[in-house]
Design a protein around this ligand. Structure first.
Ligand SMILES: NC(=O)c1ccc[n+]([C@@H]2O[C@H](COP(=O)([O-])OP(=O)(O)OC[C@H]3O[C@@H](n4cnc5c(N)ncnc54)[C@H](O)[C@@H]3O)[C@@H](O)[C@H]2O)c1
Length: 259
């Protein structure tokens, strides 16, 4: 690995790290010799994943059960991580939720919960990262191609991810040059969230979710994207080599979204 792309010894926080894309990102960062702080609200899944990685990987792994919308608890996790590892170098805002349903049928609670986790949770973590980052570092926000495309039956989710894309541009401008902020926009990544989406749509259109999910693949790839493949793009954006890429929202969806 060339000098500019190494993450060796960097202290990187990943939210929503217990499963899916977050876990794939953690695995990739550990393979790049980073020290990783795993945050997730799901205590049981987090403990299983962290125990497995601790047994398999050489790097330092810390894990904290915390909800990204609980700013007090989140502060404790960031303080504990930085007191044990030193100042933080990277943050991956990956925790997210989706509430499927037609726009007119979505409740206020649907809207608020998605905006709270997917947007306010990102803001909370960005602010805490900045406090513990010693003036420099990199943030990667996991938005979605849904933030660029208006997919039906997920208006609240689409809007929350569009907000993340704009927040990324704003923070990149406000926090330059020390902290570099980018986003990626995945699509078609095989995770429990995609399985949930297939279940909800399958039930509505009376199609078998297991068959439906096989069709939910990026057209140019003709297969699902694996979480660890997303992790490779994140690892690059966290590295010094990405210093000239700033405030961007890069599609990681196998070519589905051409803008
Ligand atoms: N799977 C895809 O195809 C896809 C596409 C585009 C964007 N994304 C985005 O990627 C991210 C990860 O998605 P995924 O598919 O791995 O989802 P997932 O549901 O499989 O995993 C999400 C993880 O986030 C955690 N989480 C949820 N709310 C949290 C909170 N309030 N505080 C802390 N942790 C919380 C969950 O416990 C879970 O471990 C999300 O932001 C999602 O919107 C996914």
């Amino acid at each position: 690995m060339s000098e500019g792309t190494t993450l060796k010894g960097k202290n990187i926080v990943v939210t929503g790290a217990a499963q899916g894309i977050g876990l794939g990102i953690v695995e990739e960062l550990l393979a790049h010799d980073a020290n990783v702080v795993m945050l997730d609200q799901d205590a049981e899944t987090l403990s299983v994943s962290a125990d497995r990685l601790n047994a398999e990987a050489d790097g330092t792994i810390l894990s904290f059960v915390t909800d990204v919308t609980d700013s007090k608890d989140l502060r404790k996790a960031f303080e504990s991580a930085s007191s044990r590892l030193g100042s933080l170098d990277g943050l991956v805002n990956n925790a997210g939720i989706i509430r499927m349903g037609a726009a007119l049928e979505s409740t206020e609670e649907d809207w608020l919960s998605q905006m709270n986790v997917n947007v306010v949770g990102v803001v909370n973590c960005c602010n805490l990262f900045r406090e513990h980052a010693d003036g420099c570092g990199s943030i990667v926000n996991i938005a979605s191609n849904a933030g660029k495309v208006g997919y039906p039956n997920m208006a609240g989710y689409n809007a929350s991810k569009a907000a993340v894309i704009n927040l990324t541009r704003t923070l990149a401008a406000e926090w330059a040059p020390g902290i570099n902020v980018n986003a990626i926009c995945p699509g078609g990544v095989l995770t429990p969230m995609l399985e949930h989406v297939a279940d909800v749509i399958g039930t509505r259109i009376n199609e078998n979710p297991d068959e439906l999910i096989q069709t939910m693949v990026p057209a140019q790839l003709n297969r699902h994207i694996q979480p660890r493949e997303v992790g490779k793009v994140v690892a690059f954006l966290l590295s010094d080599a990405a210093i000239i890429v700033r405030g961007q929202s890069i599609n990681v969806d196998g070519g589905d979204t051409p803008y």
